[in-house]
Design a protein around this ligand. Structure first.
Ligand SMILES: [Zn+2]
Length: 198
């Protein structure tokens, strides 16, 4: 197996998307190549050109650098319970696309998400209450529907994407100018596969 890392230089959101897609395919085949972390530390010690920003859940089974086979220095990663946006998250994304090198924003939900389950079960506890409250508008199906957990996680991703666009003039402007793209994704913890939304 080739474990030699290479520098990833990306010029467009499409190239960034291809990197992530191909990286997940390599990961699924057990053929990850960006795993020589000491070499990547050497390559990035003076700076990096991370090509995408991933807003994903903090779930321990969803580490973007690994599942997209990107190693060190290629991704900005923002994680919290339920991959939700707030002022700090949006500010962080604005930084990556305005002042750094990110061309693609990915909002990624996942299967068996505890935060989404919390919203469905209406958990009330400390600061968690407002967190699950933010997910609740994404509950679109009847509670008896067997796909409710999956559907809500996916709707929540779309809701977060809309919120980011609505709340950030800076990001919307770059999207309109087609300098960056934003896309939703869903990660299956059972298989390791990432499904990108159309
Ligand atoms: Zn989760």
């Amino acid at each position: 197996m080739n474990t030699k890392s290479r520098e990833i230089i990306v010029h467009s959101s499409q190239e960034s998307f291809n990197e992530l897609k191909n990286g997940n395919i390599r990961f699924l085949k057990g053929e990850s190549i960006n795993t020589n972390y000491l070499e990547q530390i050497e390559q990035t010690k003076k700076g990096h050109q991370a090509h995408a920003v991933i807003l994903s859940c903090m779930d321990a089974r969803v580490p973007p650098e690994i599942i997209f086979d990107q190693g060190i220095g290629n991704l900005f990663v923002i994680r919290n319970a339920g991959n939700l946006e707030d002022e700090n998250v949006i500010g962080s994304i604005e930084y990556t696309v305005r002042y750094s090198t990110a061309k693609l924003i990915v909002v990624m939900g996942h299967s068996h998400c505890g935060a989404v389950t919390g919203a469905l079960n209406d958990i009330q506890h400390g600061h968690l209450s407002q967190l699950v409250e933010q997910i609740k508008p994404a509950i679109k199906t009847d509670k008896s529907c067997e796909n409710i957990l999956t559907d809500t996680a996916k709707f929540s991703v779309l809701q977060t994407i809309n919120d980011i666009k609505e709340r950030s003039e800076s990001i919307s402007e770059l999207l309109m100018e087609e300098k960056i793209s934003i896309i939703g994704a869903y990660y299956e913890v059972e298989t390791g596969e990432v499904f990108f939304f159309e």
